[in-house]
Design a protein around this ligand. Structure first.
Ligand code: AMP
Length: 223
C-alpha cells in the first residue's frame, strides 16, 4: 500500500506522515527531506537541486524520481509507505504509477488556505544541530534564536520566507486541479480539513486509512 499525503507547503503533511509512521509503522518518504539531505551532503543530485529549492521552484522531475526510486526500493517500504511531497505534478504521478504499478493507494489532500500557511511557515524555526522544529506562532523559544533542547542556533529554512512561501503556494495551485482529477478518476481521492489542530487532522487521516477506503473507492471529505 502507499498513502499519498498531498497539500500545500505548511499544510502539515510532514507532521501527519510522522504520526502515521508512529501509529502504523509505515515509513514516511518525504522528497523534500531526501532533497535537503542531498543538498547538505553535496551530492551531484543535491548540487543540481539546490538553486530551484532556494527559490521555491520545483526541482526537475528526473532528479526527484531518482532519489525516490532509490528510497522506495529499500526493504522497509515493501509492505507500505507514506509519501510526503510527491507527486507534485501529473508527470510525477504517472512516473510513480510506472515505477510501481498495481500497488494499492490512498490519496489524501490536506486543505489549508494561503494566509494560514504564510503565518504558519514564516514562524517556523529549525535547530541547526538536532533538527527540532519550532513554531514561534505557538510559543516563543526559551532563549531567542536558541534551541530549547540543545541550545544550538535555530534557523529559518531559506524557502520559509513570506515571498518564497507565496511562490511555493502558486506553484502548488497550478498543478492541484489536475492532480485531484487524476486521483478522483482512480477512485482513491479524499480530502481532510488541515486548518484544525494536528491531533484532530490525524483523527480524520487515521479514519481514512483504517476504513480501507482505497479499496472501496468512494471519495469523501472528512472534517
Ligand atoms: P517540501 O519540504 O516538500 O516543502 O519541499 C521543499 C522543496 O523541495 C520544494 O519547494 C521543491 O523545491 C523541492 N521538492 C520537494 N519535493 C519535490 C517534488 N516532488 N518535485 C519537485 N520538487 C520537489
Amino acid at each position: 500500500m502507499r498513502i499519498i499525503l498531498y497539500g500545500p507547503p505548511g499544510s502539515g503533511k510532514g507532521t501527519q506522515g510522522d504520526l502515521i509512521e508512529k501509529k502504523y509503522g509505515f515509513p514516511k518518504v518525504s522528497t523534500g527531506d531526501l532533497l535537503r539531505r542531498a543538498v547538505r551532503e553535496r551530492t551531484l543530485l543535491g548540487l543540481k537541486a539546490d538553486g530551484a529549492m532556494r527559490q521555491g521552484l520545483l526541482v526537475s522531475d528526473d532528479i526527484v524520481l531518482e532519489l525516490l526510486k532509490e528510497r522506495i526500493s529499500q526493504p522497509d517500504c515493501r509492505l507500505a509507505y507514506v509519501l510526503d511531497g510527491y507527486p507534485r505534478n501529473i508527470g510525477q504521478a504517472l512516473s510513480l504509477e510506472l515505477l510501481e504499478t498495481n500497488r494499492p493507494e490512498t490519496f489524501i489532500e490536506i486543505q489549508v488556505d494561503e494566509e494560514t500557511l504564510v503565518a504558519r511557515l514564516s514562524a517556523r524555526r529549525i535547530c541547526s544541530r538536532c533538527g527540532a522544529i519550532y513554531s514561534l506562532a505557538l510559543r516563543a523559544l526559551k532563549k531567542d534564536g536558541e534551541c530549547d533542547l540543545c541550545s544550538s542556533d535555530t534557523y529559518q529554512r531559506p524557502d520559509d520566507r513570506p515571498e518564497v512561501i507565496r511562490e511555493r503556494f502558486r506553484v502548488y495551485e497550478q498543478e492541484t486541479e489536475k492532480i485531484r482529477e487524476y486521483y478522483r478518476a482512480r477512485n482513491v481521492y479524499h480530502a481532510v480539513d488541515g486548518s484544525a489542530p494536528e491531533a484532530g487532522v490525524f483523527v480524520a487521516v487515521s479514519a481514512l486509512i483504517d476504513s480501507g477506503i482505497s479499496r472501496r473507492g468512494e471519495a469523501r471529505v472528512v472534517r
